[in-house]
Design a protein. Structure first.
Length: 342
């Protein structure tokens, strides 16, 4: 087991002190710091990106070869942390607590400590970890002109305005499969330089808003649908991921129900809960998004695109494309071509 005690004077110190203890290397490009680890302690990467107004991102994509406990001692900046567990699991406890609380895959946790408090983050060995951590330094964030924390519920409002860090707080979120898509989108951003950092920042704020929405929903007493277990929801998420990866396949409710052992009612309930769409509407949405991306990024003609994404009728495709985006596929393609020529 490895226990690292860190005393960060700023949020970036967390990454640099982890790297120093584990034997990693850090590379910086356009304000994005990447710690790479490949030794007996583990293998993978941790990314740190600071943004304006005290917001920053720590993104773990790593496997530790030994149990790893991160003991974060009192911090002057003392952020609120919004953590989402995309893969694997981890546990947390405050210094004065004797037992840890485990966060499973697809769960979130929000926590902050007192000014003299200690946080323990416990990561398992030989477990692939993908953990997204948004840290907000309140004294900086509250200076932002557009910040209006008065609109938050009472508990979150108290956390954000606690500039002297007198309170500690922990909130464990319910299973949130929708947030997984947004976290994955950060990993898929291919842009470089400033454009990459700007795109990641935009996605970080989207994820932060989802954390806040979930907190609001749970504190208002709105829980997961009673008709579905967590295991069933994870199965439905697996189906959604398959459709996103292979939208051109022909799917049917009968086939999906039989293959995954879920009733058609549960399939529909799950898709509506996760994406506010029926199974058919979700498939159509994914295909249209894929088609629009093909028009933007390839030289394929409209007919080639139609059949490559699983539609069998070009006229039907054109009809629903215009209904969704307010423009026909041909007109959209002409707009893309004219912008390139300019």
């Amino acid at each position: 087991m490895i226990e690292i005690i860190i005393n960060p004077e700023n949020t970036r110190d967390i990454l640099t002190q982890i790297s120093a203890h584990l034997g990693g290397t850090i590379e910086e490009k356009w304000g994005e710091y990447t710690m790479t680890l490949d030794n007996n302690n583990g293998k993978g990467k941790i990314i740190y990106i600071p943004f304006d107004w005290g917001v920053n991102l720590l993104d773990f994509n790593i496997t530790f070869n030994k149990e790893f406990i991160l003991k974060i001692e009192a911090e002057e900046f003392n952020p609120i942390r919004f953590m989402y567990n995309l893969k694997g699991y981890f546990s947390h406890r405050f210094g004065e607590q004797s037992t840890e609380r485990k966060t499973e895959q697809f769960q979130s946790v929000i926590f902050t400590n007192k000014s003299d408090g200690i946080n323990y983050l416990h990561f398992p060995k030989h477990e692939k970890l993908e953990v997204n951590i948004i840290q907000i330094v309140r004294k900086e964030f509250m200076k932002k002109r557009t910040t209006n924390v008065a609109s938050l519920n009472k508990k979150l409002y108290e956390l954000f305005v606690d500039r002297d860090y007198e309170n500690r707080y922990m909130h464990f979120g319910e299973l949130n499969l929708g947030m997984a898509d947004d976290v994955r989108k950060i990993h898929k951003i291919k842009a470089k330089g400033m454009l990459r950092v700007l795109k990641i920042e935009a996605k970080v704020y989207e994820i932060l808003s989802l954390h806040i929405q979930q907190h609001e929903r749970q504190t208002a007493g709105k829980e997961l649908p009673n008709s579905l277990t967590k295991k069933e929801l994870k199965t439905i998420k697996k189906i959604c991921d398959l459709i996103q990866k292979e939208p051109s396949k022909q799917y049917s409710l009968d086939q999906l129900s039989e293959k995954y052992g879920l009733s058609q009612v549960k399939l529909q309930d799950g898709f509506k809960f996760l994406y506010k769409r029926t199974v058919t509407e979700f498939i159509r949405h994914i295909r249209l998004e894929k088609a629009r991306n093909f028009i933007k990024t390839t030289d394929l003609n409209i007919s080639q695109i139609v059949y490559s994404i699983g539609f069998t009728s070009r006229s039907y495709f054109s009809k629903i494309f215009k209904e969704k985006y307010g423009i026909s596929p041909n007109e959209f393609k002409k707009q893309i071509v004219s912008k390139v020529e300019i």
